[in-house]
Design a protein around this ligand. Structure first.
Ligand code: NAP
Length: 448
């Protein structure tokens, strides 16, 4: 057997993930070499501060602040710095100098993915990113390889562990959003500035990556509709549970036909949603992630596990390292990004789903019928109504009000938005307190 030379591996970043990747590479080098058919030699780890304390013991001689020189001497570059720059510049430099690249950087891929994939294709480099979505969970490779012969119709993903932890605590411990966020911060699940998680920005970046891969279409980040969990209250979570649902922040990626125009396209959106308690996603607790996927031939599949964590994420990174290294040994082109379907991106107004609307209405005869008429005037069919009368008026001297919780059949976002606008403008409606989408009730009609 021909002995293949050692492959030189460089890591950019030695934080939560990078330090673990470095240690695992050093610890399991022999085992990985036997899987690859060549040795994997860690030639350096680039950092900003060489004196900073690391979570694992990385030999001092491997630490460098000269990322460029390190990149130019490597066969495989693992980017684990995060952020847009200089990560983008370093990845380009690596590919242009003949190295393959592995990254966990969802923000970078969601923003500059198409141009980086174009460079990879042009120079024949591989660009792998299993760890960019769902941490340890294998989801990128299943979408790119295992399901390449199938047609994916829909993805419902819990892809942000921080918000899942917060919503789960609000459900199981009775916490307010603020209390649950404080607990998440104390446990290290939430950043000092939690906006990226709470506002759904992190989940939107992952939705872009998943939708692009699943539908063989470049889905830009700007096209992803986004709502965070900032306005979710404990009362909503409690009402959801009483009605047989749990509130989850979902990334929903769909291949669908616009009901009005008949155009077939794709849509990606991130928002809090009511998920039936019997749905497998309802059982995803704590900071875990899960991706529930519906494909034409495969049917329903669910991928579940740790969505973050240094060592867990390092597992996905090392899987990519082994794949990239094997190609070095075997030869042949890298995996090109598949965007040949190039389907139109449909706006949120085209989406069809179910809704649950909670209203505070003036408690007098005829109001319920008037409200039902407003729904039907906009083509939104009401499935169920629950009513509870407040013992006290909302304000001193105000008329007594009742709370209505209205569940709808499937309706378009535009029809629902028009209904909510009419409700808001109606004098019998004191307030539309909540509008939540309901997901995961039934398989959508498959596009064939
Ligand atoms: P982190 O703990 O903040 O570590 C970042 C590392 O990059 C640090 O070692 C830092 O060096 C180094 N660095 C930053 N800018 C640099 C520069 N200009 N030149 C050289 N080194 C630089 O980050 P992380 O949590 O490990 O995340 C890394 C990547 O993995 C991110 O893209 C993140 O989104 C992704 N990811 C993370 C997780 C997770 O659980 N943490 C899960 C999935 C994906 P110093 O230490 O010297 O400052």
């Amino acid at each position: 057997m021909i002995e293949y030379r050692n492959l030189r591996v460089a890591i950019l970043g030695a934080g939560s993930v990078g330090a673990q990747v470095a240690s695992l590479l050093l610890e399991h080098g022999d085992e990985l070499a036997s899987r690859v058919g060549a040795g994997l030699e860690l030639v350096g780890v680039a950092v900003r501060d060489p004196k900073a304390k690391r979570t694992t013991d990385i030999p001092k001689h491997l630490i460098t602040t000269d990322a460029r020189t390190l990149i130019l001497g490597a066969d495989i570059v693992i980017e684990l710095m995060g952020g847009l720059e200089p990560a983008r510049e370093y990845i380009e430099l690596a590919m242009n100098s003949g190295a393959d690249v592995i990254t966990a950087n969802k923000a970078l891929l969601a923003t500059h993915g198409p141009e980086l994939f174009a460079i990879a294709e042009q120079v024949g480099a591989q660009l792998y990113y299993e760890a960019a979505v769902g941490g340890a969970i294998p989801i990128i490779r299943p979408l790119r390889d295992s399901l390449a012969g199938d047609r994916v119709h829909r993805i419902l993903g819990i892809v942000n562990g921080t918000t899942n932890y917060i919503l789960d605590r609000m459900d199981t411990e009775g916490d307010s959003l603020e209390e649950a966020l404080a607990a998440a911060t104390e446990l290290g699940y939430a950043e000092a500035d939690p906006t990226a998680d709470i506002g759904g920005y992190d989940a939107a970046q992952k939705a872009t990556i998943l939708a692009s891969l699943a539908f063989h279409t470049a889905v830009p980040l700007e096209s992803v509709y986004r709502e965070g969990i900032e306005k979710i209250t404990h009362a909503q979570v409690l009402a959801a549970r009483n009605a047989g649902y749990v509130v989850k922040l979902l990334a929903v990626c769909e291949r669908m036909v616009d009901a009005e125009t008949g155009v077939e396209g794709v849509s990606a959106r991130v928002h809090p949603a009511l998920v039936p308690l019997a749905h497998p996603l309802a059982a995803v607790h704590g900071a875990n992630n899960a991706v529930f996927l519906e494909a034409e031939a495969a049917g329903s599949l669910m991928f579940y596990g740790a969505g973050a964590g240094g060592v867990q994420t390092a597992s996905a990174v090392l899987g990519d390292v082994v794949s990239a290294a094997r190609r070095h040994v075997i030869g042949g082109p890298g995996v090109a990004e598949s965007t040949q379907a190039n389907l139109p991106i449909l706006p949120i107004s085209s989406v069809t789903t179910r809704y649950q609307i909670t209203l505070e209405v003036v408690d007098r005869p005829g109001v319920l019928a008037a409200i039902a008429t407003m729904f039907s005037e906009h083509g939104v069919s009401v499935e169920a109504v629950q009513q509870s009368v407040r013992p006290e008026p909302v304000q001193d001297g105000g008329a007594p009000t009742a709370t209505l919780v209205i569940g709808t059949h499937e309706a378009t976002e535009s029809a629902l938005a028009a209904t909510v606008a009419s409700l808001d403008a109606n004098e019998s409606v004191a307030e539309v307190t909540s509008v939540l989408r309901v997901e995961g009730i039934q398989m959508p009609e498959l596009v064939r």
